[in-house]
Design a protein around this ligand. Sequence first.
Ligand code: FE2
Length: 381
Amino acid sequence: MSASAPFADVIPDRSQPQDADFLPLNGTDHVEFYVGNARQAAYFYRAAFGMSLVAYAGPETGLRDRASYVVQQGKIRFVLTTALRSDNPIADHVHRHGDAVRVVALWVDDARLAWRETTRRGAVTVAEPQVLSDEHGSVVVASIQTYGDTIHTFVERESYRGPFLPGFRAVNDDPIARPVGLLHIDHMVGNVGWHEMDRWVNFYRDVMGFGLYQHFDDSDISTEYSALMSKVMASGNGYVKFPINEPAEGKRRSQIEEYLDFYPGPGVQHIALATDDILRTVNQLREQGIEFLKVPHTYYTELQQRVGTIDEPVDELEDLGILVDRDNEGYMLQIFTRPVEDRPTVFFEIIQRKGSRSFGKGNFKALFEAIEREQQARGNL
Ligand code: FE2
């Protein structure tokens, strides 16, 4: 599903040498958020992030317990779901986590096989394979547990031609959407608890057939500025990348700890959305009300020295707060939003890759300083 080049250089799965990719993924199918008010959340993603409302399901389509709005831009598809009554697991999830990611859905050719292969390797079932049908055809879905209350749903949609999933009705025209050039999900990051990173790295390796992504230096990146450890796991074909963070001891309270306190527990920390024109995308997102982390002026005085010649004018990057990092394959530009809900939990990254496949390690120091200024302002440092 990713528009970027297929990355095959993932370190082979050591536990399954005879069957390296037993879980071939076509990409991220969708990300479902459980929210307090899906109608208003959908408005935010349409008006601010520029996504288009493409499908809806709720009482009008026969659902009794929930309403879901599907918004899309490029290949990025978010589902905003809310409970209609309080005695409902969606309501429980919102009570515990606030507006948060519940489902990271993965697009597969064979959902039954995906479920069988992962549960055989130890995945915990949330929902066994089931066929959903309507007049547009049928899909097969099955779900397994990952970190915290987050789940993966395998979606097999080869025989389906409808707007999203059976039961959803199409919304054909969205007068509110103001697209900003977002293309696809580049990666999605999970925060897990103290000393739990390796447990989840092993889960993605052994149960999901992922490998440790070579283009990331997985050394301890805890610094005096903030403390975390991070490893990037990638699916066999590299289409799906999940960096996993855990807090580390530092001089001060880390951003990961703040997340774990407020979420509370493990969950999705940020979703990185790719663009091929970050200056345009970020300019427009700002005009539409998205707030980004501020970057100190000193970052830009040292920028050219650190990354060499780049196509973008440094003063424009500084005006917008866009970060740059380079490796031996090229460079990348990235910027982080402030959390998009009042709890300091989920945020977004906007990323443009110009050859580099890194995750911005060289920016961690500058980024941590910026995040910690915000933590300080919230009294949580
Ligand atoms: Fe990221």
